[in-house]
Design a protein. Structure first.
Length: 277
């Protein structure tokens, strides 16, 4: 059961939800997810919603290895018009914005966004926690290295789970102290982890239920999948589906995806299996 409240809207579901990825970037790792024109972005948004997405995640900063960081101002320039267009064309849709800048968070909520998706988990902007508390919107916190320049530096740990538990224990306490009411946890598949550690976190995902927060999983077409299989991101849909299925069986509440239709089918199958087996 998942309920999110924001900007006078409520998103309630007894099943896991799909968050469709909308990258307003020229350099995201999966080429087909890149859009720059507003009309192209709204076409993709409409397709994702028609296929069953409940949330659209709009981002202007690529976080692939080697991507150049952009300023908060440039990030807003990229995504502002897209958010406004999505709000106008699809007024009932929950919009998430992928940012680690507190100033971006303030401005996009004014434009109509409902959720802030922070890949830094509040580590890259000291004002983020107080900003989210003041905005009173759901906040997604992802595990990643605390140093932005080492976002993809692999943790040299035999097991990643103690690292995740330490991070989420600290982060949940910080959020509570700041007055953040709605927290969603993302273990950060593909960030600061080796392929072995990525598979470990999926296998042990159910242990994160102890924090009693919704779990978001973002594995879609990532390098751990396509490098393990010796293929490309464009060929990684089947591997993505396998990990989506595992994540759902181990307790995922939200899947962040490029391919909505196939992810919806995963939810239908796993929900049926849980209810009837």
């Amino acid at each position: 059961m998942l309920t999110l409240n924001s900007q006078g809207k409520t998103l309630h579901s007894s099943k896991p939800l799909i968050m469709g990825i909308l990258n307003v970037t020229p350099d995201s790792f999966y080429q087909k997810s890149r859009v720059m024109a507003v009309s192209e972005a709204t076409d993709i948004a409409g397709k994702m919603l028609d296929e069953g997405a409940s949330i659209l995640d709009i981002g202007g900063q690529s976080t692939r290895p080697g991507a150049s960081a952009i300023s908060a101002h440039e990030e807003l320039d990229r995504i502002g018009a897209v958010i406004e267009a999505v709000v106008q064309l699809f007024p009932d849709t929950f919009i998430s914005v992928d940012t680690y800048h507190s100033e971006v968070a303030k401005q996009v909520v004014k434009l109509g966004a409902h959720i802030i998706n922070d890949i830094s988990g509040g580590q890259y902007d000291a004002a983020m926690f107080s900003t989210i508390a003041a905005l009173d919107v759901p906040y997604i916190v992802m595990h990643v290295n605390e140093n932005k320049d080492q976002m993809h530096h692999v943790k040299n740990e035999a097991s990643i789970m103690p690292v995740l538990h330490d991070f989420f224990s600290t982060t949940c306490n910080r959020a509570k102290d700041a007055g953040i009411q709605q927290l969603i946890l993302d273990p950060g598949f593909g960030f600061s982890k080796s392929p072995t550690q990525n598979f470990e976190l999926i296998s042990n995902l159910s242990s994160l239920s102890m924090y009693q927060k919704p779990l978001l999983i973002g594995v879609s077409r990532k390098s751990t999948i396509y490098k393990t299989l010796g293929i490309t991101a464009a060929e990684a849909l089947n591997g993505t589906t396998v990990l989506h299925t595992a994540a759902l069986l181990y307790g995922a509440s939200i899947l962040r995806v490029h391919d909505v239709k196939q992810a919806i089918e995963c939810i239908k199958i796993t929900t049926f299996a849980k209810n009837n087996c």
